[in-house]
Design a protein around this ligand. Structure first.
Ligand code: NAI
Length: 214
């Protein structure tokens, strides 16, 4: 299987398949047809077949999909079958909320370090991680195997922090700061902007209200 060939659109949908399949497993469901999955997930059965065919077609005619197998294969594709060590830069409200969220670890994303510039925060423990100061970061990255850095600091400081992370070998940035980071080609940035999601919600709400006034 060549992971590079799976389109970004499909990859974007995979976490949702993974979540639904996980729920099916919890309910003891062993196999499911694309039609049943389609009703549950409210996407067309042909979309499901197309998406899942992308990586080898786990379905069998007349049998449907083996839920456990599909769940495991999607986990492998998403890299959830291994642990990713993650650090958080900016130990304010958002950084601490992320550090406190236990479910990331269950998915293999382990928060191993939290950094800030505010000396008042130094040494405060969040789920077993003492907040470290930014000047400790380069050495920390030399001594520890870290794959992901979450940026939860003010946007004015985000670009230079991203540069520092990249200089010290970080290849994946989970960016919450509201700016588009400029990074080398071999560095991956995943932006999470809750306000953009809210704007889409607002748009759809307005559309819905307008439609129903007609
Ligand atoms: P906050 O003010 O509570 O925390 C920011 C922390 O970053 C502070 O502890 C501060 O000392 C630290 N900091 C400042 N400069 C730093 C540097 N150079 N290196 C390391 N740490 C540094 O702010 P909050 O509410 O936690 O928000 C953090 C960031 O996330 C802001 O940029 C905010 O706009 C953004 N945000 C993004 C959301 C999203 O959906 N993308 C949602 C909420 C906030």
């Amino acid at each position: 299987m060549d992971e590079k060939c799976i389109s970004k659109a499909v990859i974007r949908r995979l976490p949702r398949y993974y979540r639904y399949l996980g729920e099916l497993l919890e309910d003891g469901v062993e196999r499911i047809s694309s039609n049943e999955l389609s009703t549950k997930m409210r996407v067309t059965a042909s979309q499901i077949r197309q998406d899942l065919n992308n990586f080898g077609g786990f379905g069998q005619q007349g049998y449907g999909y083996n839920v456990q197998y599909l769940y495991t294969e999607i986990a492998k594709i998403l890299g959830l079958d291994r642990t990713h060590n993650m650090i958080i830069i900016g130990a304010g409200n958002l950084g601490q909320a992320l550090a406190n969220y236990v479910q990331f670890e269950k998915r293999g994303f382990k928060v191993v370090g939290i950094f800030d510039v505010n000396p008042v925060l130094k040494g405060i423990s969040i789920r077993g991680n003492e907040i470290l100061m930014m000047d400790e970061l380069p050495q920390y990255l030399k001594d520890n195997d870290v794959q992901i850095a979450a940026l939860t600091l003010p946007k004015n400081n985000a670009e230079e922090t991203a540069d520092l992370l990249v200089e010290n070998g970080i290849k994946a940035i989970w960016n919450f700061a509201h700016l588009d980071l400029e990074v080398p080609e071999d560095v991956i940035v995943e932006n999470v902007h809750l306000s953009e999601s809210l704007m889409r919600l607002s748009y759809n709400l307005n559309c819905y209200v307008t439609e129903h006034k007609k």
